[in-house]
Structures are given as C-alpha cells and as structure tokens.
Design a protein around this ligand. Structure first.
Ligand code: NDP
Length: 459
C-alpha cells in the first residue's frame, strides 16, 4: 500500500477513513494548520461519496486533490523610500486545473505563508467549481504589508513581484486577481509590469481598471454576492434581509460592498471593523456614511477608529470583533478564523438567524459546529463569497471577446450564478427540512472536479 492509500476493509467506518487520511495529510504537510483545517472539513463531507464510488478510490482522487499541481516560491527584492533593500517572499500555489486554468487571488499580508495559501487555493478549487464557470483553483501572494507604504514603494514591490510571476501565468494558464491587500492600485501596477515584460496586452489578471479591460461590477461582486446568497438562504423561510439588523467585520472591499447592497435592500448595518477594533453605529450606517468609509479606506487608507471621531453616537471597541453585537444577520468579511467558538455562541444567543461568509474560512471548526447544531442559515465562504471569482470569470469572457458588458448584464449574471450555487448546495446538502450548506457546497464542488479528473486519467 502506498503511504497515502486508505485501508480497504469496507467495514471500516467513513469517519475512520477520514481520520486515517487526515493523519497522513498532517504528517506530510507539517505545520500547515489552516490547510489541515480546510481539508478536514471537505474530507468529512466527501468521504461518504468517495467510499461509495470505487472509481474515485481507484484513481486516488482525494490524494491528488490535496497535492498542489505546482507550487512556486520566489524572492521579491525591492528598494524602499529610504534607499534600503527589502526582501519579501512571493508564492503562487497552482492547486488544480481539472476544469479550467488556475484562477484565484493574490494576498499581500504579513501573515501570508505557504500553509495559508494552500488552504486558500484548496478552497478555491471547490468554489470555482460551484460557479458553473470553467476555472481551476490557485492562490498566491506575499508576506509584504502594503499598510503604511507609499504608492511608490507599493509600485516597486508589485513590479518586482511580477518580474518573477509573469513567466508562470497567462490568460490560458493562470489568471490571478486581488484579495486582502491587493486592490485596484496593486492590480494596475502588476498588469503594467506584466505587459511590459511579456509584450502582450491580454487578460492575465482580473479586477483590472475599467479603462484597461476591467469588468463593471467586479469590485462589488464578492460583497453583493454574499448578500444575494443570504437572500437565497432567507427565501427558503419566505424571509428576506429587509428590515433586519446586520453586523459586518472588516472594512475593505468585501465589507464595503456587502454594506452597500444591504443598505440598498433595506437592512440596517451597524458595524465595521479592522484589525485594530470595531465601530458600532446603532443609528445604522447609511449611504453617506458608507461613502465616507470608502474614502477613508480606499483613498486616505486610514483606520476604522476614525469613524467614531467623525460621527456622533458611535462606539469604538478597540481590539474587539463585532460578534457580541445584537443582530439578525452576520457577514464576516475580514479574515480566516475570525469567528471562534465563543463568538459563534454569542451570535446565536443574540438571535442571529443567518451567517453569510464574505471572507474565506472565517469560522473556526468549533464555530461551524455551533452554527450547524443551532440550525441557523449558515452559508460557508466557498459558496457565499463565490460571486467575486464568478465575475472575474465574466471579466475573462469579456476580455476574450473584446466586449464590455453593461452593469445590469453583469449583475444579472451574478445573481443567476448565486442562485444556481444555492440550488446546488440545497441539492447536495438537504437534511430533512434543514439545509447543511457546508456539506452541500463541499459535495457539489467536489463532484464536478472529481469527474473531470477521472476522465483525464492519472495526471
Ligand atoms: P481588503 O484588504 O480589502 O480588506 C481586508 C479587511 O479585513 C480590512 O478591514 C482588514 O483590516 C481586515 N483584516 C485583514 N486581516 C485581518 C486580521 N488578521 N484580523 C482582523 N482584521 C483583518 O480585503 P478583501 O475585502 O478583499 O478580503 C476580505 C476577505 O474576503 C478575505 O478573507 C478574502 O480572502 C475574502 N475574499 C475576497 C474576495 C475579493 O474579491 N476581494 C473574493 C472572495 C473572498 P486591516 O486594514 O486592519 O488589515
């Protein structure tokens, strides 16, 4: 038996198989705790499908799914404004290309390491599969921190990063996008350097500016999509977001457009946060205040605590997350594992009925368990935040056809995609009268990729 095969005794339970598989994965990838967490959750959902499908076992689908097709790591040297040399580490994890070219964001944040990017790339494979579009999964980034850097420093870093990455990506190969710390500014600098090096004007990145091949609605897509997904979940109870109180974590791209759509649909948004703390505005964050936040975060690159100085009746909770605030709806939109057991309990005790994850894996396993036990509407990130990569896919389609679709068309397609992701989750996740969206998303995402891998042989 090869070192990653499972025991064949059919009497051995699914959970024993899962445990055995995870022991081997952990030993093979020591220290990559976020990757272990992401894989464990998927394995728990898909192991029954694998055990009942001999072809999946015979062709080692699961063993191949957890091994990236390629991992690239590289040095990123750049010179800061003082003239000193700085060295960061760059990565691209090309996880799985069974259903299309690698697609997934770039994250620039000091916490970036291989384990974090492998978890994100792994999640991306299933998420991209759910979108119904032809995109494989990848993720990349650097431990570079754009916070506090001048525009020139960010540009020099992005150019150096792309000087290595450009030889590994391309519109048919691997198409990166933004993620934490990578927005329109960074995508612009990286696109410019790619074009210069490759001497080709092609759609090699998504999230581009409107003037050079970007899609309308891409900036909005992840946040809007998370709200559309919440609407889909609520509609199963003949309910909607209208009139509900919502808490949001983060104050970046996803958080801002989640708030915009919630406000438009008549919900009351009461929080934003960043890594330093949370603001609570009991009066509700309206369009004008949101516009101010967008200026603060995207132009002045300030801190969310300034909101409490600017507007009356706002509480700033330093070092705190928003999960103790009473709400009907919660939209975690900052980072992984930001909802831990106590946070999940507090949300449930305070009456939260629906959690739609804009961020990737924002809830710890114990938190997920708490939501599932409480049988609230819980939409995991790989389903609820798939709107971002879906519109990236639409940006790629427009680039291929030299087209520029109107906003209504992109938004209509986004809504349709979120609807079909929801339907697919219900199809695979129905447990009596309740829908287990975690299970539904994992199995629905898995089946398409696994079948494509089967047909392509052992590669
Ligand atoms: P941004 O960089 O625009 O914003 C990130 C926000 O999260 C900031 O407010 C940041 O605060 C906060 N944050 C980041 N790290 C931490 C941390 N360790 N603890 C507390 N707060 C933190 O990123 P996005 O809005 O693009 O991404 C947010 C999440 O959504 C991520 O999980 C990302 O993977 C996910 N996502 C994003 C997509 C997209 O299209 N952009 C698509 C799908 C998922 P601070 O400024 O203090 O760092």
């Amino acid at each position: 038996m090869s070192d990653n095969k499972m025991p064949e005794d059919s009497a051995v339970s699914v959970s024993t198989h899962s445990q055995h598989f995870m022991e081997q994965l952990t030993a093979r990838n020591p220290g990559e705790i976020e990757f272990h967490q992401a894989v464990r959750e998927v394995v728990q959902s898909v192991m029954p499908v694998i055990r009942s499908t001999p072809a999946y076992q015979e062709s080692g689908i699961l063993q191949r799914l957890v091994e990236p097709e390629r991992v690239i790591t590289f040095r990123v040297p750049w010179i800061d404004d003082q003239g000193d040399v700085q060295v960061n580490r760059g990565f691209r994890v090309e996880m799985n290309s069974a259903i299309g070219p690698y697609k997934g964001g770039l994250r620039f944040h000091p916490t970036v390491n291989l384990g974090v990017l492998k978890f994100l790339a792994f999640e991306q494979v299933f998420k991209n599969s759910l979108t119904t579009l032809s995109m494989g999964g990848g993720k990349g980034g650097s431990n570079f921190d754009p916070k506090g850097k001048s525009d020139n420093e960010v540009m020099r870093f992005c150019q150096s990063f792309m000087t290595e990455l450009f030889r590994h990506i391309g519109p048919d190969v691997d198409i990166p996008a933004g993620d934490i710390g990578v927005g329109g500014r960074e995508i612009g600098y990286m696109f410019g350097q790619y074009k210069r090096l490759a001497n080709r004007f092609v759609g090699v990145l998504t999230g581009k500016g409107m003037e050079y091949g970007g899609s309308l609605m891409r900036p909005e897509a992840t946040g809007y999509g998370a709200v559309y997904f919440a609407q889909e979940m609520l509609s199963t109870n003949n309910d909607s977001v209208k009139g509900k109180t919502a808490v949001i974590s983060g104050s970046g791209n996803v958080a801002q457009y989640t708030a915009e759509k919630l406000i438009e649909l008549g919900a009351k948004v009461v929080t934003f946060s960043d890594s330093a703390g949370t603001i609570v505005d009991k009066n509700g964050i309206d369009r004008e205040k949101l516009e101010w936040v967008m200026q603060l975060k995207n132009v002045r690159r300030g801190r969310i605590s300034e909101y409490a100085e600017k507007f009356k009746g706002v509480e700033y909770m330093p070092g705190m997350k928003p999960w103790t605030i009473k709400c009907d709806l919660a939209f975690p939109s900052a980072t992984q594992n930001e909802i831990e057991l106590e946070d999940a309990k507090s949300l449930i005790e305070n009456g939260c009925m629906c959690v739609s994850e804009g961020a990737n894996m924002p809830t710890s396993p114990e938190g997920v368990e708490t939501f599932l036990k409480a049988k609230i509407l819980y939409g995991p990130g790989k389903a609820a935040n798939a709107g971002g990569v879906a519109v990236s896919g639409l940006e790629m389609a427009q680039n291929r056809g030299f087209l520029h679709w109107p906003r209504e068309e992109v938004d209509g397609r986004l809504q349709q995609i979120m609807h079909s992701i929801h339907e697919n989750c219900v199809r695979y996740g129905k447990e009596g009268s309740h829908v287990n969206y975690v299970h539904g998303a994992n199995v629905a995402g898995f089946v398409k990729v696994a079948n494509a891998m089967l047909q392509q042989g052992v590669v």
